[in-house]
Design a protein around this ligand. Structure first.
Ligand SMILES: NC(=O)c1ccc[n+]([C@@H]2O[C@H](COP(=O)([O-])OP(=O)(O)OC[C@H]3O[C@@H](n4cnc5c(N)ncnc54)[C@H](OP(=O)(O)O)[C@@H]3O)[C@@H](O)[C@H]2O)c1
Length: 310
């Protein structure tokens, strides 16, 4: 299948390109401010996705069989600082891609988030009414509506929880941020009263690939890890696994109100083969970012085994 992947340099996008390639798909990887490495079977294109005339020309020229939309302003604080840019990337771009998917009869997988909910009534089914509590969640919710408005029959809106694992830039995932923070000499502040079902980027990528191969699945689905954990507990388990004393490196910083964003993924589980994972399996995938290795060796005297390959 010929798939165009937006946000290919991002945490999920990069993992998706690798997963789809390994299943024999041909990929066009769109990047913007960062470079994408050379890979056999991947056409790399620099494109500013906020330029909708250029987007239209680009997609109509290639007429892809499928589109994986992994581009976004994915950090809530960046959305708050740049609400206009966030609206373009998080709402108007998915809307444009859905219109193009409809026109070209392409399959579209669009990523959304557990933050379309407010954390007061978990676990959330995919049929529960969303109620975002921040701007980021609001933009993602509006995008869901637009995608289903313009391309319902050929699209999957995949709501995912907090992502762990290795990205191209090695600074985006929950664990990568933890190591960068510690290497800067700071404590990693995490709440004990915000609950997530963490999942690895590699598994989201695998599921997205499967969804392209199952055209009979469409609509909104939830996908996450098997365990509900507080952000503090997830960070504690990562520290423990890497021999770092949580007392020394972590700080509890609770939210004013308890929030549980656990998703119920029973609906997707009965339709796909990609299994969900528990946190122990996520820990097996976590690696220390290259930029933090020297710090880690100085702290622990250990040399971690490197498994990650470009
Ligand atoms: N990470 C999570 O924990 C998480 C959780 C739930 C849902 N999600 C959703 O999953 C999706 C992927 O998230 P992620 O964490 O992988 O994102 P990410 O690492 O922040 O990557 C965002 C991507 O968007 C691209 N991008 C931004 N502005 C662009 C522009 N103007 N033109 C072209 N490309 C542009 C970036 O490209 P350049 O770097 O090349 O500029 C980058 O590749 C998002 O929809 C996010 O909302 C993520």
């Amino acid at each position: 299948m010929q798939i165009i992947c937006t946000g290919a340099t991002g945490l999920v996008g990069y993992n998706f390109v690798k997963a789809a390639l390994s299943r024999g798909h041909k990929i066009t990887a769109i990047c913007n401010s960062s470079d994408f490495p050379k890979m056999e079977g991947v056409e790399v294109a620099k494109l500013d996705l906020s330029d909708f005339s250029a987007v239209e020309r680009f997609f109509l020229d290639r007429f892809p069989e499928a589109i994986a939309n992994c581009a976004a302003i994915s950090s809530p604080s960046v959305v708050d600082k740049n609400p206009e840019r966030a609206r373009v990337l998080n709402v108007l771009l998915p809307e444009k891609l859905a219109m193009l998917a409809n026109h070209m009869n392409s399959r579209l997988v669009h990523l959304s988030t557990d933050m379309v909910f407010d954390g007061s009534r978990a676990p959330y089914k995919n049929t529960d009414a969303p109620r975002p509590f921040n701007q980021y969640g609001q933009t993602k919710l509006e995008a869901e509506t637009a995608v289903l408005k313009y391309a319902a029959s050929q699209s999957v809106v995949l709501r995912i929880s907090h992502v762990c694992g290795r990205g191209l830039k090695q600074n985006r995932s929950f664990d990568e941020k933890l190591f960068h923070c510690l290497a800067r000499g700071e404590k990693y502040e995490q709440p004990e009263n915000e609950i997530k079902r963490f999942l690895p980027a590699s598994r989201v990528a695998e599921l997205m690939t499967e969804l392209f191969e199952r055209p009979n699945v469409s609509g909104i689905y939830h996908y996450c890890g098997l365990e509900s954990l507080s952000r503090y507990e997830a960070a504690r388990r990562i520290c423990e696994k890497f021999g770092l004393d949580p007392q020394k490196y972590l700080e509890k910083k609770n939210l004013p109100k308890d929030a549980d964003f656990s998703l119920d993924m029973s609906c997707i589980s009965s339709r796909v083969k990609t299994p969900a994972v528990n946190f122990a399996e996520i820990l097996d995938e976590i690696e220390i970012p290259d930029a933090c290795l020297e710090w880690y060796q100085a702290q622990t005297g250990k040399t971690p085994i490197k498994r990650f390959k470009l």
